[in-house]
Design a protein around this ligand. Structure first.
Ligand code: ZN
Length: 403
């Protein structure tokens, strides 16, 4: 589900992170394990699925089969296969207690990277990993482990990206994770798999990005071959995707909220990190609000969000959402004894790993943030603007924002 405007393509966050423990069935029920193997050509995955009671079944996945869905289809990059985990990890017909175990049997020249946590017994898969998708990488690729605060980024560099300057990739991703961490003071997940794919030279240093959350977090970033560190450090795509991870997964029909949130903070966080001046960020926000003011199809924001797959009015949805976030920032700052900022509201709301394992409605997030600040700022903004065809009345120069 690509979102295209201003020559950029990006994606909704399509799944969630966090590793909750325990299943829903009694412990006496047999556990489930998957033995996954792949052929040399990476064209076929064989799965041997067994219960603890010794009942087994087999199935095969043709990795060359395409459905036409950008979100669901595997990608082959030379001798590297990127494949959504849901393509080969089929849920059993009858549920078994979690965690399930996944082990890989791989040819000598094939490595694997998956977003799930690993221990002596294989990879550990939880119930929400079946609700939310993640990405697996098979084949030949370079790997880097980056420590950013308390977070480990497992960076996967397939094909051309493996030949890029690793110091450049390291500096860029460390910076992006550091910037995303400015939202609440820490990076939102303990572990993230970042897949970097090199694309031909382009004006945009990072022309594509997408984030998944099954098993932790997988973010795929497409980086231009000619990108330099100055451009990468101040580019918004990686920050946008990583910012999504600071909230639980919000259902897609409420995309105005989740995308507005990531879109506002992709700009604001660069200022908080000292990578762009306040004047520059305010000017960029004002220009984007202005461009979005007359974009769209004249529907209300709620209807525009519902119709987005046909109207493709993404600019209007994302930036109207961002305008509402800026108004919330202003509202929390202006209300006596409130949080002082939207960032602080997110921090105080304290979303837990448990929260990250389920789907939220925007209304629930709004209630959590308002409750954390003791004022119904976001609820009032939603009531005022969601049913309106007008662009939210925001002034990017308001000094009460961006705290
Ligand atoms: Zn987004």
């Amino acid at each position: 589900m690509a979102r295209i405007y201003a020559a950029r393509v990006f994606f909704f966050v399509a799944s969630s992170c966090a590793h909750s423990s325990g299943g829903v069935l009694p412990n006496s029920a047999p556990a489930l394990s998957y033995e996954v193997s792949i052929n040399d050509a990476l064209s076929r995955i064989d799965v041997h699925m067994c219960t603890g009671a010794g009942r087994c079944s087999d199935y095969q996945v043709n990795t060359l089969e395409r459905t036409g869905s950008l979100e669901r289809d595997p990608m082959m990059l030379g001798h590297t296969l990127l494949i959504p985990t849901e393509r080969f990890l089929r849920a059993p017909r009858t549920p078994f207690p979690f965690p399930y175990r996944v082990r890989f049997g791989l040819p000598a020249n094939v490595a694997v990277s998956v977003p799930w946590p690993e221990d002596d017994d294989g990879y550990r898969v939880e119930d929400h990993d079946f609700r939310f998708n993640g990405f697996a990488v098979f084949g030949r690729f370079d790997r880097m482990e980056l420590e950013v605060g308390t977070t480990t980024l497992d960076v996967v560099l397939p094909e051309d990206a493996a030949r890029m300057d690793h110091d450049l990739i390291r500096a860029w991703l460390t910076s992006a994770a550091d910037v995303a961490g400015k939202l609440t003071g820490f990076f939102p997940v303990a572990h993230a798999q970042i897949i970097v794919v090199q694309v031909p030279s382009s004006e945009s240093p990072v022309p594509f990005g997408m984030a998944y959350r099954g098993g932790g977090a997988s973010v795929i970033l497409l980086v231009a071959a000619n990108a330099n560190i100055e451009e990468l450090r101040t580019d918004w795509v990686a920050i946008h995707e990583l910012t999504h991870l600071s909230l639980p997964f919000i259902r897609e029909r409420d995309a105005w909220f989740s995308e507005g949130y990531a879109t506002y903070f992709q700009e604001a966080l660069l200022m908080h990190a000292g990578l762009r001046s306040e004047a520059d960020v305010r000017a960029a926000l004002a220009a984007s609000f202005e461009r979005a003011r007359n974009a769209g199809t004249g529907r209300t924001l709620a209807d525009e969000t519902r119709a987005r797959h046909t109207t493709r009015a993404y600019r209007r949805i994302y930036w109207a959402g961002a305008a509402i976030m800026m108004l919330a920032d202003i509202g929390y700052h202006a209300a006596p004894n409130a949080c002082g900022s939207l960032r602080e509201a997110v921090h105080r709301a304290g979303f837990t790993r448990q929260d990250m394992s389920r789907v939220f409605a925007a209304d629930e997030i709004i209630a959590r943030l308002d409750a954390a600040c003791g004022v119904p700022v976001l609820a009032q903004l939603r009531d005022r603007w969601l049913g309106s065809a007008e662009f939210p009345d925001v002034d990017a120069t308001n000094p009460a924002a961006l705290h």
